[in-house]
Write a protein that binds this ligand. Structure first.
Ligand code: ZN
Length: 430
């Protein structure tokens, strides 16, 4: 597989060689052409020539979101303005936006990677791709669309929201693929189900981006929409945008495009690499990026590498797990580190509940912290079983996370849904 947009190398050995060669290029390029990186390297007492092996990457200083904000409006810029053909911004919620510049080669590389995602999802030129993600200064809309056109499928650029129009287009254009956030996919699926139009649409695949998903949500979306395959596309504006990897149809983890970037997984506290297969923070170093190269960029996203057997799809490129949360979202409850992804995965294995939940953390008059977990009963769930269900959820959480929760079962569809990212953790303790 991957014939049209294949990896630049044929095996892991060649990959390591390419990564080292390109790492050296990136470090030299950044040091010689960016005032930011030159200063950063000089402060850390490291020179480009110190990088002689892939392990030497650890000698390099980290880059953070704060560095990007401090460098506003053109952070990390490593080329002349005449070579910059586009900028994008990330939808940061605090402070200045993070702006990233692109050369034409950066755009071409990004679209190559993204088209590879469509190839991995086994789209054909016959596919009709309804792109229900944000357009504008964000990377999502234009990334999904231009890569779709490069791949040769039909792009239907609807943008997010507007459920009436989305459903109308699914019916009229017979869209076969939908690209959106998991929250949007869930809303659309519920709407398809509510309107009873499943037989009138032709939706086969959904590509989910930019939001953490649980197995329960994916099952629900499949069940309600009739889509056969759901793929998870990671993406971060700092690293080009969406399309830097995809889980294949075997869903053994996300194959990531390691011929374009190096992914390290580090312990967010010690900043050292975690043992292979352990959860940690994703740190990115780009290998080809010209306008705004990333060197050890701390994403705050948590995941683990998938180790062990090769994927049956035959793609040798390495895999990481789905995003398990953000190191910033990780909360400490009664001395235990908990990240939202672990709650998702526990709830996903319990029968009789819906896909939505909320975690509320409170400090009560007794001075103790309490975790209240609101969980939706399944659509056809039996209300008389609520107590039993709550006990089971509490038992599973206690077993896996070693904390007690107060579980409240609420009616199906009573927790808020959003077209973008759904907030599920409410920390009211401070
Ligand atoms: Zn695979």
């Amino acid at each position: 597989m991957l014939k049209r947009f294949p990896p630049k190398v044929n095996n892991m050995e060649e990959l390591k060689k390419l990564q080292l060669e390109r790492l050296k290029w990136t470090v030299n390029h950044a040091y010689n052409n960016s005032t930011f990186y030159k200063k950063k390297f000089d402060e850390a007492g490291v020179k480009p020539d110190d990088i002689q092996s892939l392990e030497d990457i650890e000698k390099l200083p980290f880059t953070t979101a704060d560095d990007l904000r401090a460098g506003y409006p053109f952070p990390l810029r490593s080329v002349d303005f005449k070579d910059i053909v586009r900028i994008h911004a990330s939808s940061g919620t605090t402070g200045k936006r993070k702006i990233l510049c692109y050369t034409q080669k950066d755009i071409d590389d990004w679209l190559y990677m993204f088209a590879r995602c469509y190839e991995m999802a086994e789209l054909t030129p016959e596919d009709r791709v309804q792109i229900c993600v944000g357009y504008g200064v964000w990377t999502a809309g234009v990334g999904f669309q231009l890569a779709c056109e490069k791949y040769g499928a039909m792009a239907i650029p609807t943008g997010p929201g507007n459920l009436d129009m989305q459903i109308e287009f699914l019916i009229d254009f017979q869209s076969t693929v939908m690209c959106c956030t998991a929250s949007m996919a869930l809303l659309m699926s519920e709407e398809i189900n509510r309107r009873g139009v499943r037989d009138k649409i032709n939706l086969k695949k959904i590509i989910l981006g930019s939001e953490r998903t649980s197995d329960a949500i994916i099952r629900k979306i499949k069940e309600l929409s009739g889509a056969e395959e759901i793929f998870d596309i990671p993406g971060m504006t700092e690293l080009y945008g969406p399309g830097t990897g995809l889980d294949c149809k075997y869903h053994t983890g996300i194959h990531y495009w390691a011929d374009f970037y190096i992914l390290e997984i580090i312990d967010p506290k010690t900043l050292k690499p975690v043992a292979p297969g352990e959860i940690g923070e994703m740190v990115y170093t780009t290998l080809w990026k010209e306008a705004a190269p990333l060197i050890r960029y701390r994403s705050r996203d948590l995941t683990k590498l998938i180790i062990g057997d090769d994927c049956p799809c035959g793609c040798f490129l390495p895999r990481h797990d789905k995003i398990l949360g953000r190191s910033d979202d990780m909360f400490i409850f009664r001395g235990v580190n908990i990240y939202p992804g672990s709650i998702d995965s526990i709830l996903s294995q319990i029968e009789g509940i819906g896909s939505e939940y909320q975690v509320i953390l409170e400090r009560r008059d007794d001075g103790k912290d309490y975790m209240i977990l609101k969980v939706e009963r399944a659509e056809d769930g039996d209300k008389s079983q609520d107590k039993k269900l709550a006990r089971e959820i509490n038992f599973e959480i206690k077993k896996r996370l070693l904390v007690n929760t107060i579980v409240e079962i609420v009616d199906y569809r009573t927790l808020p849904r959003s077209e973008r990212k759904t907030k599920r953790i409410f920390d009211k303790r401070y």
